[in-house]
Write a protein that binds this ligand. Structure first.
Ligand code: AMP
Length: 413
């Protein structure tokens, strides 16, 4: 346990740094940011926690040299966070610093109660725990991350930033499944949506790119990473999103099927004799692009398509067809669309996906300029021609910066 020296704190002025932790079941990603200028001081990833082949990769501040790597067993999240803290300390950025204002945690499922970032109390932790049945893979890891950070700096505010929060503004008719109401309510079955931190950040940055206030624009955000989701954002508020009770619903993803007829699951049980767990693994880990063609990296799929590989071509077409259906559906939901925005690994980098998803949607006012689409850049940019009625944009997401911003806003008083 470390507590900051109060004399140091007074000398250093107001603490302005935020540590962001994204704890998965066997990994921890961390970033230390300075909120005075929103700069990234250092970052890292610990993966394969609990295995003999654990690995920590730490990226020091600019000018601090090459990324450093540690290999060898890291037993648990506690050890992982301590190792990360040692790396940060080696850069002069120790977590005992009085400059640290708070630790912000990505928490995947906040249910209906958490509509905003929330300072963690015992009661808040209990509620995150109560939501484990609807997020069995994610929430336990998030809780472990919070507990570990609390032990490291018990004096600091720990802030939970929920993936579901941005979607809690969805109207009831969008959030409810058309199933028996009593059964749904008894088991908290409804559409929650995920990637909310990214959808919130990207929709705001898209409004900036258009030179407008978020309240004045309607945007469709396509977060296309290994996990993928779409959202319809009207005047800064989410009104519809493609993920549901779990992240399985919606778009075709790297390893998830997205939308299927729910009867496929009964069929697999009755006809193929599969258990619920086996079907879960099939649909979440062995479907989507990987199930269709054996690869889930869009770069590799495009390389195969260019070489004439038919399976890869069909996988690409299925992926893009689903995207188009969602763009059309969300245009109908919003009534008026100001921008369609691509983000995350595929959305930010794959010009062929962007081109194919927008192709043929001229009737909706959508078009992509081939030259603008081909530009590789890390900044928000328009890729639609001047004549297009609706803007098409690429806006790099930054979930860690958004978590840090929301965390700091809550504790900076
Ligand atoms: P994310 O989950 O946002 O990190 O996105 C990861 C995915 O982005 C990978 O699985 C790839 O499919 C895709 N990706 C990353 N870089 C590129 C690239 N240069 N071109 C096409 N797809 C990419």
């Amino acid at each position: 346990m470390t507590t900051p020296n109060t004399e140091d704190a007074a000398a250093a002025g107001k603490p302005s740094r935020v540590l962001v932790l994204n704890s998965g079941s066997s990994s921890v990603k961390y970033q230390l940011l300075d909120m005075d200028d929103r700069s990234r001081l250092a970052s890292g990833l610990v993966e394969r926690i609990g295995e003999e082949t654990s690995r920590l990769v730490h990226t020091p501040p600019a000018g601090g040299g090459e990324p450093r790597e540690r290999t060898g067993r890291i037993a648990d999240h506690d050890e992982a966070l301590k190792a990360a803290a040692e790396e940060l300390a080696a850069d002069g950025l120790g977590l005992d610093s009085p400059d640290l204002a708070a630790i912000g945690h990505r928490v995947v499922h906040g249910g209906l109660r958490f509509t905003e970032p929330t300072v963690v109390t015992d009661d808040v932790l209990k509620e995150i725990e109560r939501l484990v049945p609807v997020a069995p893979l994610h929430n336990p890891a998030n809780i472990t991350g919070i507990r570990t950070a609390q032990a490291l700096r018990p004096d600091l505010p720990q802030v939970a930033v929920f993936d579901t929060a941005f979607h809690t503004t969805m109207p009831e008719y969008a959030a409810r499944y058309a199933i028996d109401v009593e059964t749904a309510d008894a088991h908290r079955i409804r559409r929650y949506g995920f990637h909310g931190t990214s959808h919130a950040y990207v929709s705001r940055r898209a409004a900036e790119l258009l030179g407008k206030e978020p309240a004045d624009v309607n945007v469709i955000v396509l977060h296309l990473g290994n996990g993928a989701s779409a959202s319809a954002v009207a005047g800064g508020r989410c009104v519809e999103t493609s993920m549901g009770l779990t992240p399985l619903e919606g778009l075709v993803m790297g390893t998830r099927s997205g939308d299927i007829d729910p009867a496929v699951t009964f069929h697999l049980k009755r006809v193929a004799g599969m258990s619920a767990d086996e079907i879960d693994v099939l649909l979440n880990k062995k479907s989507g692009l990987v199930g269709l063609c054996g690869d889930n990296d869009m770069r590799e799929i495009r390389r195969r398509v260019d070489e004439g590989d038919e399976r890869a071509a069909l996988a690409f077409d299925i992926y893009v067809h689903r995207l188009k259906k969602y763009i059309g559906a969300y245009a109908a939901v919003l009534g008026r669309v100001d921008a369609v925005v691509f983000t995350a690994g595929v959305g930010e980098n794959s010009a062929p996906v962007r081109e194919a998803a927008i192709a043929g949607l001229e009737e909706l006012g959508l078009a992509v300029d081939a030259d603008l689409n081909a530009v590789r850049s890390g900044v928000p940019r328009l890729i639609s021609p001047d004549y297009a009625r609706v803007a098409v944009a690429v806006v790099p997401t930054d979930e860690e910066l958004e978590i840090a911003t929301q965390t700091f806003a809550l504790v900076d008083n």
